[in-house]
Design a binder for this molecule. Structure first.
Ligand SMILES: [Fe+2]
Ligand SMILES: [Fe+2]
Length: 162
């Protein structure tokens, strides 16, 4: 295995992660129908996530690699998040936000590693794409952190008035 092969394999992990998150976010957009402000943000990040998957695929192809459909590492876990996030629970908005916050931070870590690897291999193009993606993950993580307290308050209120 060469360094380039390893970079391609990490990009494939990121591609699998983005694809898994498309499914998770798709569910969450539906869960959030009573919270228009949250729903709009989730819809926006769903679009961004679809774009991330395409951008990462582009990097893989530019490097002469192929996207694989084998789910590795976090892609499998994120696939399971979907099962956690759906159910009759009335606190699903909070649970979804916690899972999303974890997912965004995992994405930030993944792209940080990819940027370093791409730079080490002198692949400025991949590094630039990953930097662009990471900015949107950071923005989403910040939004979640800022909005979590309000979501918790709203959920507590909804429970007591039910
Ligand atoms: Fe992403
Ligand atoms: Fe994300």
């Amino acid at each position: 295995m060469t360094e380039k092969d390893l970079l391609i394999s990490w990009l494939n992990d990121a591609h699998g992660m983005e694809n898994a998150l498309i499914k998770v976010l798709d569910h969450q957009v539906k869960d959030a129908q009573d919270f228009p402000h949250v729903q709009a943000k989730l819809e926006q990040h769903l679009e961004q996530t679809r774009r991330h998957a395409e951008m990462v695929k582009g990097c893989i192809e530019t490097l002469g690699g192929k996207t694989s459909t084998i789910k590795t590492g976090m892609a499998t876990l994120f696939g399971q998040m979907q099962a956690i996030s759906t159910g009759p629970a009335k606190d699903e908005m909070v649970k979804n936000a916690l899972a999303d916050y974890a997912a965004e931070n995992f994405e930030i870590a993944s792209y940080t590693a990819l940027i370093r690897a791409a730079e080490d291999l002198n692949d400025q193009q991949t590094a630039a794409v990953c930097q662009q993606i990471r900015q949107e993950e950071e923005e989403m993580a910040r939004w979640l952190q800022q909005n979590l307290p309000t979501l918790v308050q709203q959920t507590l209120k909804a429970v007591t008035t039910r």
